[in-house]
Design a protein around this ligand. Structure first.
Ligand code: SF4
Ligand code: SF4
Length: 569
């Protein structure tokens, strides 16, 4: 078999692997939904983050702990050392998407092929990598903003999935309402089972919307559409994981070499190279840019190229990685400035607890959480109630797109602990359900200017009914009031027991006020920050210090968290 025939077979194998990788990625996303009670989520759900060495190194640098050592990520490093950047060319699901768009672009440009010449701007990805790593070293972990696995997962979760769901829902509803039919054949007999399949097995009966998704859509579209400007634009110019693997692949063992055939400079290999790795000047071929796609070998009609294994200490060729000291130092300095800029926000100061920054149950202390979270959106996708949303400004620039609970949109399901199980970096700890149910994410408090029994002399027990805590964190004080007409009435005024309230937010979600709930949750009292209390020390509003069970104690029946003085009265 000559090199061209062999290359064509290898290209077909690559396409199959790429299709399988993208399909597997999507199936894992679909599989990330609340398991049956008592079941553990599969560890496979983290697969694409576990094989990502940038996640490993970034988390290691930012936490300065090797708690998240993934052998799979080390395997990716090993494979890159032997075969070059095949992760980019064969495995990366985001890369597959870029490949598909590039394929469409090339089809449209048929007859007008372009020489894919190496550009020095391709060094930008190394600069970005250095900047992100130095910033991570100081504790500002922004790697997930650019890491392809995180970016793709986050974009799919917050933009593609909800869009597909909207189209499926609206389409099925339209067909159902208009009921098109030919004779006795109703199209709904086809569309309804398909809709049922999507509803039950793809969307799992959830309907998700996300805050700030417009920005995420625009960034995702930009990353995809830039392939129309240059093939695999993201992978060539931006991807920091590509940069990291490029550094490892500089002396990869599988190398492009020429055969004895005389090159006629037809340029077919250059036109087919999506990486602009200079296959046309085989002695200057750039191993750190090459995706190992084998297009160049297959494109050479004279069979002038082939890949062969060589020892790593043997010099590759003249096409070296041109990262100057100046570029490296500038990138490191930019990373440090970026770190300072992120830390100069009020949200990043330890003492300023943002009441709106309610983190998922099991989230680490905010500093450590930010050191670990890679903004992948795995928890956001897995959350069955849509309460987890990508943060905008709640956690400062450093915490953009990290998960926050927004109880107006949903609540933390009492019987679910999935977010901790799918988090690939341990930013949310995988707590057993019984333990998770005790974690305080925040504290609910009443707005007595709106709450019906306080403000309108009406009975209402909706929040108490929905409170999932077995002994109820909402209880009632019966109060005699004089109504406007002078008659007397007993109203049951709800109160929150701060010892029991976990801040799950269901009371806020279910409150009868649809515009602005009369009970609202803030991050106060959260387990992860003992200092985040609703009052300054000395106020002793909630830290009553009365042992449980004693009269007036925190979990007794007769509990008054205000010590007898309701500040709203
Ligand atoms: S040099 Fe060849 S194998 Fe490498 S990316 Fe370009 S076309 Fe693919
Ligand atoms: S907290 Fe959520 S977004 Fe952050 S790394 Fe874990 S799963 Fe991903």
């Amino acid at each position: 078999m000559n090199p061209v025939e062999r290359a064509r077979i290898i290209i077909w194998i690559r396409r199959i692997v790429q299709a399988a990788s993208l399909t597997f990625f999507i199936l894992l996303m679909i599989a990330a939904h609340t398991p049956e009670e008592g079941e553990q989520a599969s560890g496979l759900l983290k697969f694409f983050f576990n094989i990502d060495p940038l996640v490993l190194i970034g988390t290691w640098l930012s936490t300065q702990k090797l708690t998240h050592l993934s052998l799979l990520a080390l395997a990716t490093v090993g494979v890159t050392f032997v075969l070059g950047r095949v992760f980019c060319g064969w495995i990366c699901p985001f890369g597959v998407l870029h490949n598909i768009v590039t394929w469409f672009r090339n089809r449209r440009r048929k007859g007008r092929p372009r020489f894919e010449v190496y550009s020095r701007w391709q060094r930008a990805k190394y600069a970005l990598l250095f900047g992100l790593l130095i910033s991570a070293l100081f504790g500002a972990h922004w790697i997930g903003v650019f890491d392809p696995a995180s970016m793709f997962y986050r974009s799919m979760t917050t933009t593609v999935f909800p869009s597909v769901q909207h189209v499926v829902d609206e389409g099925a509803t339209l067909v159902y309402q208009t009921d098109p039919h030919v004779g006795s054949f109703h199209f709904t007999s086809i569309t309804e089972p398909i809709y049922g399949f999507f509803r039950d097995h793809v969307f799992h009966g959830q309907h998700h919307i996300y805050t700030g998704s417009l920005l995420l859509v625009l960034l995702f579209l930009a990353a995809i559409l830039l392939n129309l400007v240059r093939p695999r634009f993201w992978c060539r110019y931006v991807c920091p994981l590509g940069g990291l693997l490029g550094l490892i692949a500089r002396r990869s063992m599988l190398r492009l070499r020429g055969t004895d055939v005389t090159c006629v400079n037809c340029g077919l290999c250059t036109m087919s190279c999506p990486a602009a790795a200079q296959p046309e000047q085989v002695e200057k071929w750039l191993p750190h840019e090459c995706f190992g796609c084998w297009n160049c070998v297959a494109s050479c009609k004279r069979g002038g190229l082939h890949f062969q294994f060589e020892w790593p200490w043997k010099k590759v060729g003249a096409g070296s990685l041109d990262i100057s000291k100046r570029l490296t130092l500038s990138a490191l300095a930019a990373g440090f400035v970026g770190f300072l800029a992120m830390r100069l926000t009020p949200q990043s100061r330890e003492r300023s607890y943002n009441p709106k920054l309610i983190r998922p149950p099991g989230a680490l202390d905010e500093n450590e959480f930010l050191e670990r979270c890679i903004q992948c959106g795995a928890c956001i996708k897995a959350c069955p109630t849509n309460v987890l949303q990508p943060a905008l400004s709640e956690a400062g620039v450093e915490g953009v797109w990290t998960p926050v609970l927004i109880p107006q949109l949903g609540y933390c399901e009492y019987k679910c602990n999935l977010c901790g199980q799918v988090c690939p970096t341990g930013a949310i700890q995988p707590l057993p359900l019984a333990e998770k149910q005790k974690v305080k994410m925040g504290l609910a408090s009443f707005d007595t200017t709106r709450c019906l029994p306080y403000a309108y002399d009406r009975q209402c027990i909706v929040c108490e009914e929905h409170c999932p805590i077995p002994t109820k964190a909402i209880y009632f004080h019966e109060k005699e009031i004089v109504r406007r007409d002078g008659s007397l009435m007993i109203v049951k005024q709800p109160r929150v027991d701060p010892e029991l309230c976990t801040g799950c937010g269901i009371c806020e979600t279910k409150c009868v006020f649809r515009d602005r709930a009369a009970i609202r949750v803030t991050s106060a009292n959260e387990t992860r920050h003992p200092g985040n209390r609703p009052m300054l020390p000395g106020g002793e509003r909630f830290d009553l210090g009365i042992p449980e069970g004693e009269e007036g104690g925190p979990s007794g029946v007769e509990v008054d968290p205000y010590g007898g003085a309701n500040p709203y009265e």
